[in-house]
Design a protein. Structure first.
Length: 268
C-alpha cells in the first residue's frame, strides 16, 4: 500500500459512518493522521482503528472554532479538509418549512464555508492545503422532493469555485466530488420504502451505465486523489463519481428494456 499522505493531517467532517468513514479510512491507509469531526453521542470521542474521533457540530461556529483549535493543539498543523457532513430531507415544497430549509443550509453549505474559513489561515501558513467538498450529482439533476437539498449542493459547487479562486494564490486547492447513488444509511431508507428491495436494487443498477450503484470506498478513492499531490494542478473542479448515471439521457422504460434485450442478443 502506498503512503501518499505521510506527515499530513486531515480532517473529515461527518466521518463517523457512511462515505465519511470510508474517506477517513482511505486517507489513514495512505499515512495521514485523520481527525473525524462528528456529532457523536456522549462518551463517543476517542480513537477507533487509528482514527481520532472528536465532537463537532458544523452548524455551530463555536463548535468549529473549538474543534480546529483542538486539532492544532494536538497535531500542530492541518493539510487536508474534507467537508463531508451532510443531511437530506425528503419533503414536497408544500410540506417543507423555512426551518427545514435553514437546517439543510446550515449543515450542507454554511458548515463547509465555516470549516474552510477557520482552516484556510492554517493552510496559508503552511503554504499549501487541499479542501475536498462532498457535493452531489443532485446539483445537476434532482430527485423529487429534494428542492432544498439540491440547492445546498449547488451552493457547495459554487463555494468550491470561490475557494479555488480566492485561496489558489496561497497554494490551497479546492475541489468537489459529486457522488451518485452510494449505498449508505442516507439513502437506504429510500430503498426500504419499497417492499421488494431486490427489485429496487436491480432497477437502480439499470439507471447506471456501469450496471450498479456505488460504494463509499469508491467515493473515498476520488477524494484521496484530490487530497494528494497526484492532482496538484487540479482546482475548482466538480468530479462526478456516479457510474455515468448523469451522462445517460433517460429513455421511456419500455424502450430501455428493448434496448437491453437487443444488447443481450448481440453480445450473447
Ligand atoms: P450518512 O447519513 O451515512 O452520514 C452522514 C454523517 O454526517 C453522519 O456521521 C452524521 O452524524 C454526520 N453529521 C450530520 N450532521 C452533522 C453536523 N451538524 N455536524 C457534524 N456531523 C454531522 O450520509 P452519507 O455518508 O451518505 O453522506 C455523506 C455526504 O455525501 C453528504 O454530504 C451527502 O449529502 C453526500 N452524498 C451522499 C450520497 C449517497 O448516495 N449516499 C449521494 C450524493 C452525495 P450522525 O451519525 O450523528 O447523524
Amino acid at each position: 500500500m502506498g503512503k501518499r499522505l505521510s506527515g499530513k493531517v486531515a480532517i473529515v467532517t461527518g466521518g463517523n459512518r457512511g462515505i465519511g468513514r470510508a474517506i477517513a479510512e482511505r486517507l489513514a491507509d495512505e499515512g495521514a493522521a485523520v481527525v473525524i469531526g462528528d456529532l457523536l453521542g456522549a462518551g463517543a470521542a476517542g480513537t477507533v482503528e487509528g482514527l481520532v474521533l472528536s465532537q463537532l457540530d458544523v452548524t455551530k461556529e463555536g463548535s468549529i472554532r473549538a474543534f480546529v483549535d483542538d486539532v492544532l493543539k494536538k497535531f500542530g498543523r492541518i493539510d487536508i479538509l474534507v467537508n463531508n457532513a451532510g443531511i437530506v430531507i425528503h419533503k414536497s415544497i408544500d410540506e417543507q418549512t423555512a426551518d427545514d430549509w435553514d437546517r439543510l443550509m446550515a449543515v450542507n453549505l454554511r458548515g463547509p464555508f465555516l470549516m474552510a474559513k477557520y482552516i484556510a489561515p492554517e493552510m496559508r501558513r503552511n503554504g499549501s492545503g487541499a479542501i475536498v467538498n462532498i457535493g452531489s450529482v443532485e446539483a445537476f439533476m434532482v430527485n423529487p422532493w429534494h428542492t432544498a437539498y439540491a440547492a445546498t449542493k449547488a451552493g457547495v459547487h459554487g463555494l468550491t469555485l470561490g475557494l479555488a479562486v480566492d485561496l489558489g494564490p496561497d497554494g490551497i486547492r479546492c475541489n468537489t466530488v459529486c457522488p451518485g447513488w452510494i449505498d449508505t444509511d442516507l439513502n437506504r431508507a429510500y430503498v426500504e420504502m419499497h417492499p421488494d428491495r431486490s427489485l429496487i436494487e436491480r432497477e437502480l443498477g439499470q439507471l447506471h451505465p456501469v450496471g450498479r450503484i456505488g460504494s463509499p470506498s469508491e467515493v473515498a478513492n476520488a477524494v484521496l486523489w484530490l487530497a494528494s499531490e497526484d492532482s496538484s494542478f487540479v482546482s475548482g473542479e466538480m468530479i462526478s463519481v456516479d457510474g455515468a448515471r448523469t451522462k445517460k439521457i433517460s429513455l421511456p422504460a419500455i424502450l430501455d428494456e428493448e434496448y437491453r434485450a437487443k444488447l443481450t442478443t448481440l453480445t450473447a
